[in-house]
Write a protein that binds this ligand. Structure first.
Ligand SMILES: NC(=O)C1=CN([C@@H]2O[C@H](COP(=O)(O)OP(=O)(O)OC[C@H]3O[C@@H](n4cnc5c(N)ncnc54)[C@H](O)[C@@H]3O)[C@@H](O)[C@H]2O)C=CC1
Ligand SMILES: O=C(CO)COP(=O)(O)O
Length: 347
């Protein structure tokens, strides 16, 4: 088998995961959007726009030619923003064969169709479901390229595919990989947590304290479990790395673009001002739009996502959003966690 793995695309997370694969001994071909970016990576071993401080291993080579990137490769890792996933897969299709392992590490939905990324991939590539894997969990690119200890989860409907992805990415030095068979849960958790991270940043930007943030993260998980269960996820997945793990890292870290965007909104900036100041993807914004539609489609209450939707898309004041959340009808905590769903899964 070839020792080459192809990574699409050379943003911050694609580049960081390329470093993990390179450290694990693979020849990595990183697909870039421009000659200029490929030249920078090949000549200087840097990708300064996305990871200013990182030096990339020499066994990463970059090319703007997808044909060259895919030649003689054993596996493909797709880390495109959710908005670009379908388009990237369409370009990939001529170079992909259905037996190739396909891992994606994107956290989002196709907002128009509310489809998960693995569905978009299998529709466009004609990939066997048993060869698609999602990689998710608490993992900021900035820390991974510094080889700081990180744990993630790889999920697939197929145990063999998940195990193959675990073998590709895991190393004993800094990157520990767990497997999970609940692909739906891992994809939903990774996408939905970005909404709550935006909310946590907004709470900090408004000057609220640790109590408010803990409340948002905890009630956020309740909301994620409710909609996730309706969509076929195992609720326990939300207690794992892709759920509570990633929520902790994204809702509390200044590395998080979602947290930072929320913080600026809390400080009174408009969505346009926030977007103008970010040069990287903030998935939580599109995902909030998707959650607004999902809560209607699946008839599930998502009060935090709903208030964020009003702030983002209806120019509602963040302080009024907090008042609306605090002023909701009294509830029983266990009932709101949909305990019966957990019991169904474990009976
Ligand atoms: N940065 C991180 O620490 C982590 C990011 N993720 C997820 O990874 C995904 C990608 O995020 P990042 O790499 O951080 O984003 P980024 O903003 O750093 O990079 C995005 C890359 O996508 C490329 N791109 C945009 N539109 C494209 C198109 N139509 N065709 C081809 N390439 C296109 C850009 O040129 C850029 O190279 C997101 O879903 C994010 O949630 C997941 C875990 C960690
Ligand atoms: O998903 C992430 C870390 O696990 C990255 O989060 P941000 O996109 O908010 O930076």
């Amino acid at each position: 088998m070839s020792d080459k793995v192809t990574v699409l695309v050379a943003g911050s997370w694609g580049t960081a995961l390329a470093c993990v694969l390179a450290d694990n001994g693979f020849r990595v071909s990183l697909w870039t959007r421009s000659d200029e970016q490929a030249n920078e990576i090949n000549e200087h071993h840097t990708n300064r726009k996305y990871l200013p401080e990182a030096v990339l291993p020499a066994n990463i080579t970059a090319t703007p030619s997808l044909a060259e990137a895919m030649q003689d490769t054993q596996a493909v890792l797709i880390v495109a923003p959710s908005k670009a996933m379908r388009e990237v897969c369409r370009q990939l299709k001529p170079f992909y064969h259905e037996d190739m392992l396909c891992v994606h590490a994107t956290k989002g939905f196709e907002t128009e169709s509310l489809k998960r990324m693995s569905t978009v991939i299998s529709e466009e590539l004609g990939a066997k479901e048993s060869n698609i894997v999602v990689l998710s969990g608490p993992s900021h690119a900035e820390e991974v390229v510094k080889r700081m200890p990180t744990t993630v989860v790889v999920a697939s409907r197929n145990e063999r595919a998940a195990a193959a992805a675990q073998t590709l990415f895991m190393n004993e030095e800094y990157f520990r990989v767990y497997t999970n068979l609940d692909m739906i849960g891992v994809e939903l958790a990774g996408a939905l947590k970005n909404i709550i991270a935006l909310g946590a940043g907004m709470s900090d930007g408004l000057g609220y304290g640790d109590n408010a943030k803990a409340a948002l993260l905890t009630r956020g998980i309740a909301e994620m479990v409710r909609v996730g269960s309706e969509m076929g996820a195992n609720p326990l997945t939300f207690a794992g790395l892709a759920g509570i793990g990633d929520l902790m890292v994204t809702g509390t870290s200044r590395h998080s673009r979602n947290w930072r965007a929320g913080y600026m909104l809390g400080q009174g900036k408009s969505l346009d001002e926030v977007m103008d100041s970010m040069n990287m993807v903030v998935e939580g914004i599109r995902t909030t739009q998707a959650a607004h539609d999902m809560s209607r489609k699946y008839d599930v209450q998502m009060p935090i996502a709903e208030q964020l939707y009003r702030v983002l898309f209806e120019k509602s004041d963040p302080r009024e959003a907090v008042e609306a959340l605090m002023g909701r009808d009294p509830k029983n905590e266990m009932e709101s966690m949909k305990l019966e769903i957990w019991q169904q899964w474990h009976s």
